[in-house]
Design a protein around this ligand. Structure first.
Ligand SMILES: *Cc1c(COP(=O)(O)O)cnc(C)c1O
Length: 406
């Protein structure tokens, strides 16, 4: 943009402006290129475009590339590589969902090898690693990545490890892993580190600046911010995209984002910093309220001193600790169900990262099909409640929770 030696553009300002290119009509907001195909001036232009699909400035067909989608890709890449001297070496890739981004990343980067994955992952990611990935020639072992020693043991056990996979903040205990240390281990053992940064967002944490090779996002959440889109993204080195043939993979498996969704996401990205700031502040206030409540057994939030990785989170994250917390009600299943049925402001729904507050009770909702024993093993107790805090005023959310907690 307009960084100079004297003045460095801030992250918030970057979020507002990143990715925009001049428009032929001078449109202030980037237009939505809602088109499936692009017209060539003549045969020569068409030939040039096809002979140099990835490097060509000429657009061919929106499953390969689309200007609205590219705006989004530039914006996310700028935020994840913010402040880096080597930012130009990186590229963003947008997908039709977080899972399309994650599965594409894993399949192309761990081809024919082994993955060491965090044991508490987003449900569909673990299902993919346990289900489809082995059938496609990729094996996975799951470890508690909050203990870097265990990661190193696993690397020694599996010399064919190509990828270490973890989440910047992981459900349900909001666990944090030591990204700089694990990035170093990955490098030492010839593997890549991929981090799903959905929960922290680049506002709080930028895994690539801490040594990770690839960042994945469900843009459905904080980057979109309004709960209107399902989308995903990857950010990685251009060289790695080339070496892994990732763009070809996306083209042929067809997982790219659509222009309308990309447009909604670019608008979301503009307010990322503003929303995250308020959401993180709200969540901290609510976490303190819950921790002091006599009906609450325990609160899981990396911003609390009581969180097992609070110091690590503090060292890696800036401007707060995100907008999701979990807490355990002493009254168990019945207390959880009662709270779900009593809230008026909070919506009873899965997902996170929307401007309004969402609440869910895993034992009776997302994880109801699991046996109680398996749920307990995964840390999902009967009274566990997850709150994805919005930008309402904290006092109103607290009032809503208070009247529902028995
Ligand atoms: C939602 C989510 C996903 C999946 O993203 P979709 O956009 O729903 O496909 C992956 N990882 C995390 C951490 C998520 O919260």
């Amino acid at each position: 943009m307009m960084d100079t030696k004297q003045h460095k553009i801030s992250f918030s300002t970057t979020a507002v402006h990143a990715g925009k290119k001049e428009d032929q009509f001078g449109a202030h907001v980037s237009p939505i290129y809602q088109t499936s195909t692009f017209v060539f001036k003549d045969v020569d232009e068409g030939r040039e475009a096809f002979s140099n699909e990835e490097g060509s400035e000429t657009h061919i067909y929106s499953r390969l590339a689309n200007p609205t989608v590219e705006h989004l890709e530039r914006a996310i890449c700028s935020l994840e590589t913010y402040g880096m001297d080597t930012a130009d070496e990186y590229q963003g890739m947008a997908f039709g969902s977080g899972m399309a981004a994650i599965s594409t990343g894993i399949l192309t980067l761990a081809k024919g090898g082994h993955v060491i994955a965090q044991d508490a992952l987003y449900g569909c990611t673990s299902q993919f690693l346990e289900g489809e990935a082995p059938e496609l020639g990729i094996t996975t072992s799951f470890v508690d990545t909050s203990d870097s020693f265990l990661v190193e043991m696993e690397l020694k056990k599996h010399p064919n490890t190509k990828l270490i996979y973890l989440e910047s903040i992981a459900n349900p205990t909001m666990m944090v892993s030591d990204i700089p240390r694990i990035a170093k281990l990955a490098e030492d053992y010839g593997a890549l580190l991929m981090v799903d940064n959905t929960f922290a967002s680049p506002y709080h944490l930028k895994p690539i600046t801490l040594g990770a090779d690839v960042v994945a996002h469900s843009t459905t959440k904080y980057l979109g911010g309004h709960g209107t889109v399902i989308g995903g993204a990857l950010v990685l080195k251009k060289q790695l995209i080339q070496d892994s043939a990732m763009a070809v993979f996306r083209k042929n498996l067809g997982g790219i984002a659509g222009p309308m969704d990309a447009f909604l996401l670019t608008n979301g990205v503009k307010t990322l910093a503003l929303r995250m700031e308020k959401q993180a502040k709200n969540t901290m206030k609510i976490a303190r309220f819950l921790e002091a409540h006599s009906a609450v057994d325990r609160v899981w939030y990396p911003g609390l001193e009581s969180h097992p990785q609070h110091h690590l989170a503090n060292a890696m994250m800036s401007n707060g600790f995100g907008g999701v917390l979990a807490f355990e009600l002493k009254g168990g299943y019945e207390a959880g169900k009662h709270l779900m049925n009593s809230v008026k402001l909070c919506s009873l729904a899965v997902s996170l990262g929307t401007v309004d507050t969402l609440i869910q009770h895993p034992a009776s909702m997302t994880h109801a099909v699991m046996s109680e024993e398996l749920r307990n093993q995964a840390g999902i107790t009967e009274g566990l409640v997850r709150l994805a805090v919005g930008i309402e005023d904290a006092e109103d959310i607290i009032y809503d929770l208070e009247q529902g907690i028995l």
